[in-house]
Design a protein around this ligand. Sequence first.
Ligand SMILES: Nc1ncnc2c1ncn2[C@@H]1O[C@H](COP(=O)(O)OP(=O)(O)OP(=O)(O)O)[C@@H](O)[C@H]1O
Length: 232
Amino acid sequence: MDNMVVLKNISKSYKKNVILNHINVNIKKGSIYGLIGENGAGKTTLIKVLTGILSPDGGTINFVEEKRNHLPRISAVVDEPAFFNSLTVEQNLIEHCKLLGILEKEKIAAIVLTLGLEKHKDKLAKNLSLGLKQRLAIALALIGEPDLVVLDEPLNGLDPEGIMDLRNLIFKLHKEKITVLVSSHILSELEQIATDFGILKDGRMIKEFSKAEIIDSGIKLEDYYLKIKGGK
Ligand SMILES: Nc1ncnc2c1ncn2[C@@H]1O[C@H](COP(=O)(O)OP(=O)(O)OP(=O)(O)O)[C@@H](O)[C@H]1O
């Protein structure tokens, strides 16, 4: 499978704290890339560098053009979901579409259905539960039909039904050949979702591997992770 994004030798420090230490990342086109790492390993920082929220101190990020003059479009859900609190779910989607110049009512209706927001579309964003805010943030990220969707800890705040819905949604994106990067601490869930993985430890990418490697190892992702990072 061809790469969609290649990060080479990426470094990032906050003052004297080295957070990303000469990191290489290869995200294959059409893959679901599970980013793993303990608290503080640098996952969010890496995601922010990848999505252009932060500039790296060094290294390169190459997006592979599929067609001439078509760089992949990226959408990300990072940190606190961002939307207009005093607008409803539907109004938020309309405003976002206006910004993107793609106001199509059918598209909004479809995304509302896909994200299970139908019952909640007239609620003000500020009155949504954490899980529903997460769903709205994902809806906003998807409406522009990106090539790469980046979800930082998307399972946080979701109930079991929400987790199942998100899993199905990611599978749906995968079928549509959209590349997905997802970070999570819930390795049992990531094992079901992802096709490829990267383990960050102390600011270094210590291993990238495919799901086939886990299957061949005969052990669960969690045990594999502990083995690689030296915990077992
Ligand atoms: N704006 C900032 N200024 C200074 N240090 C920061 C800043 N943002 C993050 N850090 C530090 O960078 C390190 C990596 O943080 P990051 O959020 O990337 O880790 P993470 O792997 O996403 O962790 P978690 O799983 O807990 O979300 C942490 O030690 C954090 O305290």
